[in-house]
Write a protein that binds this ligand. Structure first.
Ligand code: ADP
Ligand code: MG
Length: 278
């Protein structure tokens, strides 16, 4: 019997299979006339890194926010293991960066019961032990991401949710951050749900990739280089160079607005890594 229970925030139509920490089933989110997510299925298991990729406006942040209960489902729903702790690193910092706030106090806002030692330990774990007294507004992009990660870790998460963890971070720092996420997964055995636009770094750093453009275009394991034309259509001509190891298949194109255009039988869509398509 599944140990998942109906989360308080969404409708649920189909019970997720297996041992997922969190699972979306047929998740649809509409904002007025805009369908941000259409019938999305996604699950994250303990010890697994699942990365959502997709163009700007594809619904990636909406997906993680809906999975965390921060955005209501219009149809379908989300189940979450009720026993787990979730640590969330949002795409945008919600705190006012103009406030004269030190890192120490900022961490306390996220985890009021955490002592100084605990905060220092988490900062050390993310390679930011020198920042405890730093003013928040003086941090670089990479430092800020590490502080946000430390804040999430203070919750002793079973599931770590990272929305664009490398946005605003320089290239060397991006690889470091993905390496850190992998280390955290290995050390703690937590599940990781991540949104990213760093295609090649993602492929090296993830177990499952979900290609999202409002619906799930495809999902699967990172694999051999793909020459999938639909993928290139979705991510642009730089994608082939950027993406090193991922093969998957589409049965459709997207036009410039992201709308679905059925495949016209031109022979692409032969990726061996295909697990499903929308
Ligand atoms: P991504 O993270 O992939 O760039 P988002 O999830 O932020 O995309 O946005 C997906 C779509 O949903 C966009 O068209 C965006 O404008 C719209 N959207 C997101 N959040 C809201 C909201 N709170 N109200 C209205 N529209 C929203
Ligand atoms: Mg986003």
């Amino acid at each position: 019997m599944s140990r998942l229970c109906l989360a308080a925030w969404g409708k649920l139509t189909v019970a997720p299979a297996g041992d997922a920490l969190i699972a979306a089933r047929s998740l649809t989110v509409r904002f007025g006339q805009v369908t941000a997510l259409d019938n999305v299925d996604l699950a994250v298991r303990r010890g697994e890194i699942v990365t959502v990729i997709g163009p700007n406006g594809a619904g990636k942040s909406t997906l993680v926010r809906a999975m965390l209960g921060l955005v209501p489902a219009s149809a379908g729903g989300v189940r979450r293991d009720p026993t787990i702790h979730v640590g969330y690193v949002p795409q945008h910092l919600e705190a006012d960066r103009t406030l004269p706030l030190k890192v120490d106090c900022f961490l306390a806002l996220g985890a009021p019961s955490a002592g100084l030692e605990e905060k220092q330990a988490e900062l050390a774990e993310v390679g930011a032990s020198n920042l405890i007294d730093a003013p928040l507004q003086a941090l670089s992009g990479g430092e800020m991401k590490r502080v946000l990660l430390a804040r999430a870790l203070l919750r002793a998460p079973d599931l770590l949710v990272l929305d664009e963890p490398t946005a605003g971070v320089d290239v060397a720092g991006q690889a470091d951050l993905y390496g850190l996420v992998r280390q955290l997964r290995e050390r703690r055995g937590c599940g990781v749900l991540m949104v990213s636009h760093n295609l090649h770094l993602v492929m090296a750093a993830t177990d499952q990739v979900v290609c999202l453009n409002h619906h799930v275009c495809c999902q699967g394991l990172p694999e051999v280089v793909t020459r999938d034309q639909a993928y290139l259509d979705l991510f642009g001509s730089g994608a082939l160079a950027e993406i090193a190891v991922y093969a998957h298949s589409h049965d459709h194109h997207h036009d410039v607005s992201g709308a679905l255009v059925p495949k016209n039988g031109d022979g692409y869509g032969v990726g061996s890594g295909e697990q499903g398509d929308g």
